[in-house]
Design a protein around this ligand. Structure first.
Ligand SMILES: *Cc1c(COP(=O)(O)O)cnc(C)c1O
Length: 479
C-alpha cells in the first residue's frame, strides 16, 4: 500500500507516462488487434492475497492491457462518434478523483453543486439554449433521454404511474427511423413499450418528415391514444441528419406533446453562430441533451441535459428518506440526486469548467471549425475521385461515403465496402466504422479528435485509395 511519499513518486511517473502516450499515440494500432479472450487469459484469475507493487502492476498494464486498448484519442480514430478529451480535462479529472467527492446533495459538497449549476448556465449562454431551461449533468445521453421520457410520462399521467404503476397504457412516443437506439431503450424501460414507439419516415436527407409525424399523431388521437413525447434529433448517429425543430415544435405545441431534443453529438456545434439556426423552435421544446464528452474535449462521462420545467423532473425523481434529509432541503439549493436516476454523483462539472476556461469560447470555436473544415476538405477529395460517392450531406464533420465506380450490383458493392472497412481497420493505421443508408453499406469518417491535423486525414484518404486497389482482385465477379 502506498504512502504519500510513494504516491508522489508514482504520480510524477504517471504524468510522464501520459505525456509519452500522447506523444507516441500514432504509433499504436488505432483499433486493438487482439482476439476475444486474449486479455482475460493472460491475467491471473485469482486476486492476489498479498499486495503487489505498482511496478508489478504497471508492467502488466503496459504488456497486457495496452495491447487490448483501442486508442480513442488517436487522431487517426474516425469511428462512431469521438469520445474526445483534452489536457485540461485530464488534469481536472485527476483532481476530481483526488477529492473523491460524492455530490448527491448540495450539502455533500456545495462547490460541486454550485459549479455544476454555473457551467450548465455557461453552456446555455454558449449554445443559445434559452434562459428558462435548467441544466444538469447526467452520465450519458441515454440516461438524459430516459429522464425526459419518464418526466413526460409523469407530467401527463398526473404522477399516477410513479404512484400506482400503469393501469391502461395509451401513451405513444414518436421519433424518426434514423433516431438513436437509446430512444427505444428509454421507451421500453419507461414501461411504455416498444410497440408504442412510432418511427416516422425520413426524407432524402434523412431528416424526419413533419407531415408524416402530424398524420401519425392524428391517427393515434382518433384511436384514443395519448401522444406523449416526440424526439427530434439534431445530428443523427448514422449520418448527422438534422430534423426540422421549427416544424416539429409547431406540432408538439399544437397537440400539447412533450418535445425532447436529442443533440447528443451535434449539439456541441451550437457553440458556433453558424449552427444556431438548428435551435429555431426551441422555445416550444421541453428538454434537450448534448454530450460534451463527445465533441467538447471533456472526457467521458459528461452529458448536458436541459429541461424547461424542472419541477416536473424533480417531482418525478425526488425521494427523501430520513437518512438523506439535510438542512439545505428547505433552502434554494440544487440537490442533483433528485434530478435523475442515480443517487450517487461524480463531480463532473470540474473538468468541463477547466475545459471551457482553458480553451475559452474562441478556442472551442476554432477547434470545432477546424474539424468541420477538415471534413469539408476530405469531402472535396472524395468527390474528385469518381470511383467513390458521398451518400449523405456533410452537415458537420461526418463523411458518409462508399466505393462505387458504377456498373457493380448493390450486393457486391456492399461486400466490397465492408471488406474495404475491415482491411483498413486491420492495418491499425486508421479506424473507421459503418452504417447502412437506404440499404447501402456506408463508410463513416468523423473528423472530431481533439488534436486532429489535416495531414492525418490526407494520409487516411491515400490509405483508402491504396487499400481499394489491393482488395478489388478478391471480388471474382469483377475480374
Ligand atoms: C451517441 C448518441 C447517443 C447516445 O449517447 P450516450 O451518451 O452514449 O448514451 C444518443 N443519441 C445520439 C444522436 C447519439 O449520437
Amino acid at each position: 500500500m502506498l504512502n504519500i511519499k510513494e504516491f508522489k513518486k508514482y504520480g510524477y511517473e504517471f504524468i510522464d507516462w501520459i505525456a509519452n502516450y500522447y506523444s507516441n499515440i500514432e504509433n499504436y494500432p488505432v483499433k486493438s488487434q487482439v482476439q476475444p479472450g486474449d486479455i482475460y487469459s493472460k491475467l491471473p484469475d485469482k486476486p492476489p492475497l498479498k499486495g503487489e507493487t505498482i511496478e508489478e502492476i504497471i508492467k502488466d498494464f503496459n504488456e497486457i492491457i495496452i495491447p487490448g486498448i483501442t486508442h480513442w484519442q488517436s487522431p487517426n480514430f474516425y469511428a462512431y462518434f469521438p469520445a474526445n478529451t483534452s489536457f485540461p480535462s485530464i488534469l481536472a479529472e485527476m483532481l476530481t478523483s483526488a477529492l473523491g467527492v460524492q455530490g448527491m446533495k448540495w450539502e455533500t459538497s456545495p462547490a460541486a453543486a454550485e459549479l455544476e449549476e454555473l457551467v450548465m448556465n455557461w453552456l446555455k449562454k454558449m449554445t443559445g439554449i434559452p434562459d428558462n431551461f435548467d441544466g444538469v449533468i447526467q452520465d450519458t445521453a441515454s440516461t438524459s433521454t430516459l429522464a425526459a421520457v419518464l418526466t413526460a410520462r409523469e407530467k401527463y399521467s398526473g404522477f399516477k404511474i410513479n404512484k400506482s404503476g400503469f393501469q391502461n397504457n395509451k401513451f405513444r412516443v414518436y421519433c424518426s427511423t434514423e433516431t438513436h437506439s437509446s430512444i427505444e431503450k428509454a421507451v421500453k424501460i419507461a414501461g411504455i413499450g416498444k410497440n408504442n414507439l412510432i418511427k416516422i419516415k425520413t426524407d432524402n436527407n434523412f431528416g424526419l418528415i413533419p407531415e408524416l409525424l402530424e398524420d401519425a399523431v392524428q391517427k393515434d388521437l382518433s384511436k384514443s391514444k395519448k401522444p406523449l413525447c416526440i424526439i427530434a434529433t439534431l445530428g443523427t448517429t448514422s449520418s448527422t441528419a438534422v430534423d426540422s425543430l421549427k416544424l416539429i415544435s409547431n406540432i408538439s405545441k399544437k397537440y400539447d406533446i412533450w418535445l425532447h431534443i436529442d443533440a447528443a453529438y451535434a449539439g456541441n456545434s451550437l457553440i458556433l453562430p453558424e449552427y444556431k439556426w438548428m435551435l429555431e423552435g426551441i422555445e416550444n421544446a421541453d428538454s434537450i441533451v448534448f454530450n460534451p464528452h463527445k465533441w467538447l474535449f471533456t472526457n467521458f462521462d459528461c452529458s448536458a441535459f436541459f429541461i424547461k420545467e424542472k419541477e416536473y423532473l424533480i417531482r418525478t425523481f425526488e425521494i427523501i428518506p430520513e437518512y438523506l434529509k439535510t438542512v439545505s432541503d428547505a433552502k434554494k439549493v440544487n440537490n442533483y440526486c433528485d434530478w435523475g436516476i442515480p443517487l450517487g454523483r461524480r463531480f463532473r462539472a470540474l473538468k468541463l469548467w477547466f475545459v471551457i476556461r482553458n480553451y475559452g469560447i474562441e478556442g472551442i470555436q476554432d477547434t470545432l471549425r477546424k474539424h468541420i473544415s477538415i471534413a469539408k476538405n476530405l469531402e472535396e477529395e472524395i468527390k474528385k475521385d469518381n470511383r467513390f460517392e458521398i451518400l449523405a450531406p456533410v452537415n458537420f464533420n461526418l463523411i458518409c461515403f462508399r466505393y462505387n465506380p458504377g456498373n457493380i450490383d448493390e450486393e457486391t458493392l456492399n461486400n466490397i465496402n465492408e471488406s474495404l472497412m475491415h482491411n483498413l481497420n486491420k492495418t491499425g493505421k486508421i479506424y473507421l466504422s459503418h452504417t447502412k443508408l437506404n440499404g447501402k453499406f456506408t463508410l463513416r469518417i468523423v473528423t472530431g479528435q481533439t488534436y486532429l491535423r489535416i495531414e492525418n486525414v490526407r494520409k487516411a484518404w491515400e490509405l483508402i485509395k491504396e487499400t481499394i486497389n489491393n482488395i478489388l482482385s478478391d471480388f471474382v465477379s469483377l475480374s
